[in-house]
Design a protein around this ligand. Sequence first.
Ligand code: FES
Length: 173
Amino acid sequence: MTVPTIDRPTKAKRGFMRVQEIIQQCGASESALIPILQKVQDEYRYLPEEVLAYIATALNISPATVCGVATFYAQFSLEPKGKHLVKVCDGTACHVRDNRALIEALQNRLGVTAKQKTSADKQYTLEIVNCIGACALAPAVVVDDKVYGQMTGERAVKLLDEIDAADKAEVAE
Ligand code: FES
């Protein structure tokens, strides 16, 4: 007797199914484009080109319109980001409290630069951002939406070591 095979959706199909769900939640119209892109980016941590094309088709607008919005707003990334997003504040309060050494320590620890923001192992993306509203804690760093204040290069490197250790422990469980 032949056992019927189940047609499992491929990874790509599953991905588009999730995008389709997001479009349904937000509404399939051009006015919902920004919330759709925000939710899709939350899902993928960036906006893959093929997904932008899919959104354009689903909303019945041109791919150029979708790409134009995705590239206009700094919140959107067309490049894959690392598992952890590290934002170093370079606003005035942090700058005058010598965040330069902090930025250099993080760049050295991760092997990244201002242009090449994601580490080779795709664990981290380091972004240098404007004031994050935590000036009293300057110099400040945000890691995965959690704010860390009075950071030094040494403390920041230690923090990443702790995150790495926690990730390894999670994998070993
Ligand atoms: S300038 Fe860095 S938090 Fe405001």
